[in-house]
Design a protein around this ligand. Structure first.
Ligand code: MF3
Ligand code: CO
Length: 265
């Protein structure tokens, strides 16, 4: 897949896809509580996606058996929902969801606290989100791709966190995974020049301990090698001449973001 520049018409479709995916995350956030199974989260997510005239893009992707990746505690990404996995107070849970609307993909992930969590767990969730926003400060025309990577890693490093290296962000559009790959750690080369109309899924995956990961027997679930907690935060964005447009924020998130910008002046 080459890197594609989307036309305004295509970007409008990606906005529509992103808006729908944000609604899915809004819905799923509301159902996260101790006692829910990860399979139930997947069912609710899939139903929500289909109600929005969209298709779950993860379902059957390379054989993945569900619509929502649900990854608990030391699980980094691609956790497989199951009836037997019940969320408990104090867990953290990453929800990664993707959908296709009128031929265009949106991809986004959030990590949530289940009930009350330790200050360490909450900090990991918050800093992982911050890593995304530090990274996308460089997601604008005229900057190079790997400036994003470096900024993500630099922020995580301040807290002694491990930045996952085995999985990366990606271009997105008519395919879930398009070029370029977007690593979350420093690169030797500066990467491609960013241009308006590029649409990217930027997705830091951050471990409280080592950056190293391993795959479980199911061939999907990625866990931190030292079983430290792991968080994931992802949005689909569009490169412009100025600030990137974030296509997958919920209304509340968008409001909070613009309020925080006004505050900073
Ligand atoms: N959001 C992930 C990604 O960007 C999940 C896709 S993998 C799947 O790669 F198999 F679960 F679909
Ligand atoms: Co992705």
């Amino acid at each position: 897949m080459p890197i594609t520049i989307k036309s305004e018409r295509e970007i409008e479709r990606m906005r529509e896809a992103g808006r729908r995916l944000a609604l899915v995350h809004e819905k799923l956030q509301q159902v996260i509580r101790p006692g829910i199974s990860t399979a139930e989260i997947d069912r609710l997510g899939e139903a929500c996606i289909r109600d929005l005239d969209s298709v779950p893009s993860f379902l059957h992707y390379n054989g993945y058996p569900a619509s929502i990746c649900v990854s608990v505690n030391d699980e980094v990404v691609h956790g497989i929902p199951s009836e037997g996995r019940i969320l408990r107070e104090g867990d953290i849970v990453s929800l990664d969801a993707g959908l296709i609307y009128e031929g265009y993909h949106a991809d986004a992930a959030r990590t949530h606290a289940v009930g009350g969590v330790s200050p360490e767990a909450q900090r990991l969730i918050d800093i992982t989100r911050e890593c995304f926003f530090e990274g996308i400060r460089f997601a604008r025309a005229g900057h190079h791709l790997h400036e994003i990577s470096e900024a993500v890693e630099a922020h995580a490093e301040k807290y002694g966190y491990g930045v996952v290296r085995d999985l990366v962000g990606h271009g997105i559009g008519t395919h879930l995974h398009e070029a370029p790959e977007i690593p979350n750690y420093r690169q030797k080369k500066r990467g491609i020049l960013l241009r308006p109309g590029m649409t990217l899924a930027v997705e830091p995956m951050i471990n409280a301990g080592t950056w190293k990961v391993r795959w479980l027997e199911d061939q999907w679930t990625v866990v931190s090698a030292d079983h430290s907690l792991s968080a994931h935060y992802e949005n689909t964005i569009c490169i412009t001449e100025g600030e990137p447009e974030i296509l997958t924020l919920t209304a509340r998130e968008a409001e909070a973001l613009s309020a925080s910008k006004t505050e900073k002046g």
